[in-house]
Design a binder for this molecule. Structure first.
Ligand SMILES: [Zn+2]
Length: 112
C-alpha cells in the first residue's frame, strides 16, 4: 500500500469512528488531531499534506465542504458511512452509503 493510499484509509477510518453522522460538522484540523493520537502515525504530516486527500473524498461524494476559514475546512457527510470487507484484497474499507462500492485499497479496485 503506498503512502497516499494509506493516508486515505486512515482519514476515512477516523471519520467513520468519530463523525459518522450526517448532522455532525467536522473539520480537517480535527481529523489530523485524531490521526496524530495514534503514535504510529507519521507525526510530521501537516494539514497541507492532507489537502489532496480531502479534495479526493469531496470528489468521491463522501463529504461536502460547508465552510472554510483559511486552511480550516468544515465538512459534513452526505450519507452515513459503512464498514465493508473486500473479499479480493481482504482489506477493510469505509464508504459512504451512496458512494460507488469500489475498494480504494491500492491496486485492488474491486467492486464490493
Ligand atoms: Zn480490495
Amino acid at each position: 500500500m503506498n503512502a497516499l493510499n494509506l493516508l486515505m484509509s486512515q482519514i476515512r477510518k477516523v471519520i467513520f469512528d468519530n463523525f459518522n453522522d450526517v448532522d455532525t460538522r467536522f473539520n480537517n484540523d480535527q481529523v489530523l488531531e485524531l490521526l496524530k493520537r495514534d503514535e504510529a502515525f507519521d507525526q510530521t504530516i501537516t494539514i497541507d499534506d492532507l489537502e489532496s486527500q480531502f479534495v479526493k473524498i469531496e470528489d468521491d461524494g463522501l463529504v461536502r465542504c460547508i465552510a472554510q476559514n483559511f486552511t480550516t475546512k468544515w465538512f459534513k457527510l452526505y450519507e452515513k458511512m459503512e464498514q465493508l470487507n473486500c473479499s479480493s484484497c481482504n482489506g477493510v474499507v469505509f464508504l459512504g452509503n451512496d458512494e460507488s462500492k469500489i475498494c480504494y485499497n491500492d491496486e485492488c479496485g474491486a467492486t464490493l
